[in-house]
Design a protein around this ligand. Structure first.
Ligand code: HPA
Length: 270
């Protein structure tokens, strides 16, 4: 078997100590911010920004709307690492590279990962700006970060991968005016948006929202025993004419404060 773990683990351990030193102790939880959302937590807590390119094991991408920095600090008494920007399979990164955020957070002590993303809505009642709690996912990327991973038991249980406890807390604290839905997220390889036939297929197989991230991070986080909360920001309705990356990131930025409020209330409550 190819041992792709050992060299990476050394770099991860190095980066993890940097996160811990910056935070003043082990990280309690990690937050990953999706497209258009990368700046929404900047003003919410006191932090130090660590640019991704100064972290030895962190892959770096340059697509607009994906800033690359980790915001490390304390928010409502919890040590948090916010990954503002992530890399994607569609940029040519490997499944192990796209899961570095989660693996790094875990190495720095995090027991929980809050994964956010921008997603296309597949349900009739959805509107851009809605938040959807991810209850479950369909991994349609055709990839898996545990393929070839040198571990005796890669057969991770994915029942209840998205913590029912955390979802219940979010439902109990969401502001009444926040449109908070719950559903199944389909993770695709991308980078194209869906054809009409793919849209019908996704609906038929039980997807409520579709995007190009998150599912591999969830798999690795569950493999590591971390609790996962997934939140999709619905940035567009699938099938609406001319979905563009600019619209997706603009919608993420516009509706971002609502998500930031929700995350702050949640973290205060944990
Ligand atoms: N499809 C796939 N990924 C997405 C979409 C979409 O409509 N919107 C945001 N990410």
């Amino acid at each position: 078997m190819i041992d792709r773990r050992s060299p990476n683990d050394k770099l991860l351990a190095h980066d993890a100590s940097r996160l811990e030193e910056t935070a003043g102790g082990p990280i309690d939880l990690a937050i990953v911010l999706g497209s258009g959302l990368s700046s929404v937590l900047r003003d919410r807590f006191t932090h130090v920004s660590i640019p991704y390119d100064s972290l030895l094991g962190m892959p770096v991408a340059s697509l607009r709307g994906h800033a690359g920095e980790a915001l490390v600090g304390t928010w409502h008494g919890k040590r948090v690492a916010v990954f503002a920007g992530r890399v994607h399979l569609y940029q040519g990164f490997s499944p192990l590279q796209v899961t570095v955020n989660v693996r790094l957070a875990h190495a720095a002590g995090a027991k929980m990962a809050i994964l956010t993303n921008a997603a296309g809505g597949l349900r009739e009642e959805m509107q851009p700006g809605d938040l959807m709690l991810i209850a479950d996912h369909l991994n349609l990327t055709g990839r898996n970060p545990l393929v070839g991973y040198p571990h005796e038991n890669p057969f991770v249980d994915m029942n209840d991968a998205y913590s029912a406890r955390l979802r219940a807390i979010v439902k109990s604290i969401a502001a009444p005016e926040t449109r908070l839905l719950e559903g199944v997220y389909a993770g695709l390889l991308g980078p194209n948006y869906e054809t009409a036939a793919e849209m019908r297929y996704l609906r038929t197989i039980g997807a409520d929202a579709v995007g190009m991230s998150t599912v591999l991070e969830t798999i690795f986080a569950r493999f590591l025993g971390m609790g996962v909360l997934g939140i999709s920001m619905i940035t567009n309705i699938v099938g609406a004419p001319e979905t563009s990356h600019a619209d997706v990131t603009a919608q993420g930025a516009a509706a971002g404060p609502k998500l930031a409020d929700l995350l702050g209330t949640l973290i205060a409550k944990l």
